[in-house]
Design a protein around this ligand. Structure first.
Ligand code: ADP
Ligand code: MG
Length: 690
């Protein structure tokens, strides 16, 4: 029993658990004694046992005593009253049940009982209308007074049974449970040891004990996860990559001097970090984050050029075809003077074009390729893939990231996201990545002026668009999301273009962009907008990410309340990319509180990180920016918003511990290694620990 441990001991081996109860427990996810003990109360009820003489009329109270006798009354049809006379030191009181005639059979005279309910003083007699009772003889061992745990349960399992089970399990198993948290860490944060914490979270003597115990379990949960992530990061450094960089052609320098600007300090710093990773013998795994327009693309281009200059290959993977085409166009244009050929690979290419690119990648003739998910298909072979840059990482799942990684021989991976992620989420979601942050926008940017206006203001808004266009600026008008259906969205967009060119924006050159256009057509529209042939671009949300036309100065979003915060921020990020003052007009007639909160958040700040925090508050970690499918772990006790401080501490401790004992091989970490394997199972299986 001691050998196998409570995590393997099936709960049905406990006394009191037969097949029926086991089935019910399984519904709660409880299969082993450990599961049972880690099934924490959701709250506690205060129960202080008093003598009945100390109770006032109307009070909720808990009384104890010995059963003297039971009588039944049937004052009117359908009502049965069971009156139990109970003796206590110095007197007696009456416990009353309504319509629960089975009680009579359960209460032999002389048995000890505890009852909880409302006190009624009548005719010199104390009555208690029972809501909860407990027999004090027999198999019950759970404490009957003080703070009583209340568990999350399914039907048919009673609180009473659960308490007894937990109590039994605690008595049998606590002596055999050894703490896996290293004592120094426990002391540092004054956390109770595992056995005490388990007892105290179920049956605290005082509230403080329950709080302290819970604190331990929160820390434990966060710490073990951070340990897993730290081990993964560390594991990564143990694979050797076959390639080394020597930018013999000095491409990076040439490119930098061709730019019309110099890097900001924040960009420079990020570039240094990336360079250092590229120089390491193991593959880079880095997240480059920065607000919309912070200039991540330039930095990633430097990294790609360094690969190309070293005679290796680089790939840039983006979530949409429009983005792929945009990056392809700008890269081809910017890199042509350096004599670098860029390839484009997307799902909708003609077969012949595609074959050409594929063979160019396989032969190494094409050193640099931009593409959508098409890049991670089986058929794509590279000659010497050294670096993969993934833009707008939040759109890709962790699995896709892994898939691309195995294309080459341990390529360096740089992921970028323009959806700023609250630090706490980044630490868990991207916890296996190193992080560089570009926290500063290029100089000269003015914050985008943001307004929330009802649709009755639209004529004036289009007036603004007209004026901006006359000054040489350009505008986006984002159509409302009508339905999930793209077809309906497209029709609405087409109608909007007609309406605008007939009336409010007559005389402007209006273009239309939506997801149903053929790739060639999209490209044409974007190019026309970029060069100013199109002055107003009516669009569905396909422009959301990454599109870069610095001369655009107005973003009008219709029915803005239908969009999430992250999306609104992304859309707004399409303007304010040049030196001119820019505007973002959010049109909304919605009065719901949530919509107002979101739109107000947009006007209160242009800082993507601040907005991300608000979004997290609003939606919770699960829904945040589509993180659900990207593998955010489910927490049992921890809450990423409430416990962000604990998360940071847990991470620091995990990092420090792995630094000291990278494989958890030290004898004092043996239990920790074991716990990791048990908790993370397969995931920890390929970690070389313990
Ligand atoms: P994002 O971080 O959103 O990907 P981009 O890389 O697209 O941002 O950059 C936004 C715009 O800022 C681009 O037009 C780019 O040329 C410009 N830019 C980037 N870095 C600088 C800089 N250091 N100084 C001035 N402009 C810059
Ligand atoms: Mg970008």
């Amino acid at each position: 029993m001691v050998e196998t441990g409570y995590e393997c001991y099936p709960v049905q081996y406990l006394k009191m658990v037969g097949p029926r109860r086991f089935a019910l427990l399984k519904k709660l996810g409880i299969k082993t004694v450990k599961d049972l003990l880690y099934h924490f109360p959701r709250e506690y009820r205060e129960r202080t046992v008093k003598p009945s003489s100390a109770c006032a009329h109307g009070e909720q109270a808990t009384l104890q005593g010995r059963v003297l006798g039971v009588s039944e009354l049937n004052p009117r049809p359908g009502l049965w009253v069971t009156r139990v006379q109970i003796q206590e030191p110095g007197g007696y009181f009456i416990a009353v049940w309504f319509n629960q005639r089975y009680i009579k059979k359960m209460l032999a005279s002389g048995s000890r009982i505890q009852v909880t309910g409302k006190i009624e003083r009548r005719f010199g007699e104390v009555q208690l209308l029972v809501t909860d009772y407990e027999l004090l003889d027999g198999e019950t061992r759970a404490p009957q007074s003080g703070l009583i745990p209340v568990y999350p349960l399914t039907e048919q399992l009673s609180q009473r049974l659960m308490r007894s089970l937990v109590s039994l399990a605690l008595d049998e198993w606590l002596p055999h449970i050894h703490d896996f948290l290293p004592p120094e860490i426990r002391q540092k944060f004054s956390l109770p040891d595992l056995a005490s914490a388990l007892r105290q979270i179920h049956f605290p003597a005082v509230e403080k004990e329950a709080i302290r115990a819970r604190k331990r379990f929160i820390f434990e949960e966060l710490f073990l996860l951070q340990l897993l992530l730290a081990l993964r990061r560390r594991q990564n450094t143990r694979r050797m990559k076959p390639h080394r960089y020597h930018d013999r052609r000095n491409l990076v320098e040439s490119f930098l001097s061709s730019l019309p600007f110099t890097l900001t300090d924040a960009q420079q710093q990020a570039w240094e970090e990336i360079k250092a990773d590229m120089d390491a013998p193991w593959p880079m795994n880095r997240l480059l984050q920065g607000d919309v327009g912070a200039g991540k693309t330039v930095v990633s281009t430097l990294a790609l050029l360094r690969a190309v200059g070293s005679g290796l290959q680089g790939a840039l993977m983006v979530p949409t075809e429009i983005l792929a085409e945009q990056h392809y166009l700008t890269l081809s244009r910017d890199l042509a003077p350096l004599g670098i050929e860029v390839g484009l690979l997307s799902g909708s290419m003609k077969k012949k074009e595609r074959e050409k690119i594929l063979s160019g990648l396989a032969s190494g003739e094409i050193p640099l390729v931009v593409g959508t998910q098409a890049l991670i298909q089986e058929k794509v072979q590279f000659k010497a893939l050294a670096l993969v840059v993934i833009d707008e990482q939040h759109r890709f799942g962790v699995r896709q990231r892994a898939k691309l990684q195995y294309k080459g021989h341990c390529p360096d991976v740089l992921v970028m996201t323009a959806t700023p992620i609250p630090r706490t989420l980044a630490l868990t979601l991207y916890g296996d990545l190193e992080v560089s942050t570009i926290s500063q926008l290029p100089p000269g940017r003015q914050p985008v002026q943001t307004y929330v206006l009802p649709s009755s203001y639209l004529p004036r808004v289009y007036g603004l668009v007209q004026r901006e266009v006359e000054k040489g600026g350009q505008a986006y008008v984002v159509c409302p999301l009508v339905e999930e259906s793209e077809k309906i969205d497209v029709r609405a967009a087409v109608e909007l273009v007609e309406e605008l060119s007939r009336g409010p924006l007559a005389g402007c050159r209006i273009g239309l962009l939506h997801g149903r256009l053929k790739p060639g057509e999209k490209e044409e529209v974007m190019e026309a907008f970029r060069t100013g042939q199109i002055q107003v671009l009516v669009t569905t949300t396909v422009v959301e990410v990454g599109v870069d036309v610095p001369t655009a100065t107005v973003m009008v979003i219709l029915d803005a309340d239908r969009f999430g915060l992250a999306q609104l921020h992304q859309l707004r990020g399409r303007v304010g990319r040049g030196k001119a003052r820019s505007y973002c007009i959010l049109i909304s007639d919605s009065n719901t509180e949530e919509a107002r909160f979101r739109l107000q958040a947009m006007t209160s700040t242009t800082d993507g990180f601040a907005l991300a925090e608000k979004d997290l508050q609003l939606r919770g970690p699960g829904e945040f920016a589509g993180t659900r499918q990207s593998g955010l772990p489910e927490f049992k006790v921890a809450d990423l918003i409430r416990d962000w401080r604990a998360l940071q501490l847990a991470r620091e401790e995990a990092v420090a511990l792995i630094k000291k004992d990278p494989e958890l091989k030290a004898p004092e970490h043996r239990l920790l290694a074991r716990e990791m394997r048990i908790r993370f199972g397969e995931k920890a299986g390929y970690l070389d620990i313990g």
